[in-house]
Design a protein around this ligand. Sequence first.
Ligand code: MD3
Ligand code: FE
Length: 197
Amino acid sequence: SEPAPGAVHVPGWLPLERQRELVEACREFGRGPVAYESTVLPGGGVMSVRSLHLGRRWVPYRYLDGVAVELPDWLVELGRAALVEAYGRHRGYAPDTGLVNFYGDGARMGMHQDREERSPAPVVSVSLGDTCVFRLGNTEDRGRPWTDVELASGDLFVFGGPSRCAFHGVPKVYAGTAEPALGLRGRLNITLRETGL
Ligand code: MD3
Ligand code: FE
């Protein structure tokens, strides 16, 4: 479905076996030199989500711990496949950064815009584990109007065109809704982007 212009939601894009591979990869990333870390916001608040950066680390916030490793080619390919799925073509999509967000008990993400990137290329998002409420807002402010969409494990969301600049957040994660066979407690979200930096 297309809940907003340029925003394409593909429920159940990834089969369970592929989801399991991605969960395992996200675990593996965290065992390497890169850690899932808490982000300290400019105002001093600490995010409840824990994040891991692959490739270029572009957000100028301070982190409590951690370093960076390369973005694997297979994730770049996953990003291209996602654009082909959403728009029918990828136009040379070349994401240079991957951000993995982990939502444990009670974690949320407040409404924000992603404005650090210099490339107009779409953002690709893949969800794993617990189902969440994803809130896609407007381009003016954090308030209404917004559209709430449930994102479940294996769902693809691509944000291109006008939706790339929209406020968005994750107000709620439904704990314990992940398929047991996934072996994941909580929610993982992988985003791929071109930083243009
Ligand atoms: C819409 N992550 O990492 S993914 C983020 O589920 C972020 O972890 C959320 O917002 C999460 O910045 C939402 C979907 C997403 C990512 C980037 C976007 C939606 C977006 C950028 C522009 C518009
Ligand atoms: Fe975001």
